[in-house]
Design a protein around this ligand. Structure first.
Ligand code: URA
Length: 427
């Protein structure tokens, strides 16, 4: 590989130039192997943040990050399809979705993440199930995909190591919120993971990374164009994250809600989004099935139990209960007109459901139950929220986060659609 000077690469981007394929391949590889220092990559990330990258640069950057590690492959047979969410509040959709899509006939290898900040992480939620383990080898993932059809686990060590290193660096250098860097980071992991098709759930609203529709569209298009470039069948769905999904926000509480959905019940918005994402995943995978009927039948619950047991978990075990529960009453009677996702996410995080630094532990039992969602009536003094925590001293911080989070009006607000827009790939 041609060698370059890191300083020249930084200067090119700093001055608004376009990086060549060779420069990108070199700098990503050299950073992965410690030949480019953290401070040099931090300067380059900031230059990219300020100057952006062209579509071609972003595609090459993604390829270089994929090539920094292993590419997984799956047994032939069932088509493979995956989903990725850009992160939201109460977003437990993966939990019912993976077993549902597997029950319908596709295979779902889903390598997931942990939560950081006010958005939760799928692995943290699943780890509230006694015995369940997130780390599997690629051979174990393959075997489970064959026997159960669905795996939700941590990324293997060798998957896109350049991204792991760069993401940690971006986290501490103010360079996370940059569309080409976010898109290449997400897609490098998803493409290396090897599924044949991918549905992206790009969240928009107060509880999401992208709070405006324009930003969400820009991210959705960047993700889809990288998928196209790499021969993946891909769709991005832009979905509303202005209010939490379902009633439960936390870890164990979200698992309980997901189980209700898998048993054919659960909140209407969680069911609606699970079915919409499943329908798109199955369409991309070329599998004909009716996910709404399969979900309502409770059949996917059997697949859930098999998926949890295969990773050492006991699907019948009681989930952890919190040491302290505090009810928050409605200040007046009326209909909930607005319930702010970000405020609820921050409250759950302060109660112990989330982490401030990636090495922090989370409390499995901590979280918030939203007892009245937009459109529902409440009477003054009736509980609006149930706060759960093992650290009672955290309650005041959660109450402060929830101040101004709810509007109660005379009549029901107009319901905004959950699926706002779709961006389809070219395949
Ligand atoms: N999620 C990722 O995996 N990478 C980012 O850069 C942002 C969110």
């Amino acid at each position: 590989m041609t060698r370059f000077s890191a300083v020249d690469v930084i200067r090119t981007k700093r001055d608004g130039g376009v990086l060549s394929d060779e420069q990108i391949d070199w700098v990503v590889d050299a950073y992965t192997h410690g030949l480019v220092a953290d401070e040099q990559m931090a300067a380059l990330a900031m230059a990219i943040y300020l100057r952006g990258m062209t579509t071609a640069e972003t595609a090459r950057w993604t390829r270089a990050m994929i090539d920094s590690g292993e590419r997984l492959s799956w047994p032939r047979g069932r088509p493979t399809v995956d989903k990725h969410s850009t992160g939201g509040v109460g977003d437990k959709i993966t939990l019912p979705l993976a077993p549902l899509v597997a029950t319908c006939g596709a295979a779902v290898p889903q390598l997931s993440g942990r939560g950081l900040g006010h958005t939760g992480g799928t692995l943290d939620k699943l780890e509230s199930i006694p015995g369940w383990r997130a780390s599997l080898s690629s051979a174990q993932i393959r075997a489970q995909l064959d026997s159960v059809g669905a795996v939700v686990c941590a990324p293997t060590e060798g998957l896109a190591p350049a991204d792991r290193k760069l993401y940690a660096l971006r986290d501490v250098t103010g360079t996370v919120e940059c569309v080409p860097l976010i898109a290449s980071s997400i897609m490098s992991k998803k493409i290396a993971e090897g599924a044949g098709a991918l549905v992206l759930d790009v969240k928009v609203g107060s509880g999401a990374f992208m709070s405006s529709l324009d930003q969400a569209r820009e991210l959705a298009s960047a993700l889809v164009s990288i998928g196209d470039e790499h021969g993946l069948r891909v769709t991005a769905m832009i979905t509303d994250m202005s209010t939490p999904l379902g009633r439960a926000v936390g870890n164990a509480v979200e698992v309980s809600e997901a189980v209700e959905v898998l048993r054919g019940g659960g909140p209407a918005d969680v069911v609606e989004l699970t079915v919409a994402l499943a329908a798109e995943m199955l369409a991309l995978a070329g599998v004909e099935a009716d996910p709404a009927a399969v979900l309502a039948s409770g059949e996917a619950f059997e697949t859930w139990c098999a998926m949890i047991s295969a990773q050492g978990g006991d699907p019948a075990a009681a989930l952890p209960a919190p040491a302290r529960v505090r009810m928050v009453p409605a200040p007046r009677s009326g209909v909930v007109a607005r319930l702010d996702a970000r405020a609820v996410g921050v409250a759950a995080w302060r109660l112990g459901a989330g982490r401030a630094r990636k090495e922090d532990p989370v409390q499995p039992a901590a979280g918030v139950l939203c007892l009245a969602k937009p459109g529902e009536s409440v009477s003054e003094g009736e509980p609006l929220f149930e706060l759960r925590t093992d650290t009672p001293e955290a309650v005041d911080g959660a109450l402060a986060a929830l101040e101004g989070a709810v509007d109660i009006a005379e009549s029901a607000p107009r319901r905004s659609p959950l699926v706002v827009e779709m961006v389809h790939g070219s395949r």
